[in-house]
Design a protein around this ligand. Structure first.
Ligand code: FES
Length: 117
């Protein structure tokens, strides 16, 4: 199995980065790793952000994920190139994002690196 790692200095608190197929992040010192592709339209979650609740936010339409379970906790605000309110659609996507969770991996600090197990 391929091990994915990045330098720990590239992952200060509040930052999300790519490690192979994983989006790894640092939630105030707590490291997490989830699969990179958003359940909505495959946005790259390694380019996302961490919000005040510690959720990972997709950069495309702002779906929010619980990084401990991989569950989508808030649906998208838009689709394709549209960004805005889509209440019924948002709920629909969230309902499948609740079931089709992101994969979750343990992420550890090992020496000068952060490693996805
Ligand atoms: S691709 Fe992630 S919210 Fe649309």
């Amino acid at each position: 199995m391929t091990e994915h790692r990045i330098p720990a200095r590239d992952l200060p608190p509040g930052v999300v980065r790519r490690a192979g197929p994983w989006a790894v992040g640092n939630r105030d010192g707590e490291l997490f790793g989830v699969s990179r592709r958003c359940r909505h339209q495959l946005g790259d979650l390694s380019k996302g952000s961490i919000d005040a609740d510690g959720c990972l936010v997709c950069p495309w339409h702002q779906s929010r994920y619980d990084v401990t379970t991989g569950e989508m906790v808030a649906g998208p605000h838009g689709f394709l190139g549209y960004h805005g309110k889509t209440p019924g659609y948002t709920q629909l996507v969230r309902s499948y994002g609740k079931v089709l969770k992101l994969q979750v991996r343990r992420v550890l600090r090992r020496g000068d690196d952060v490693v996805v197990e």
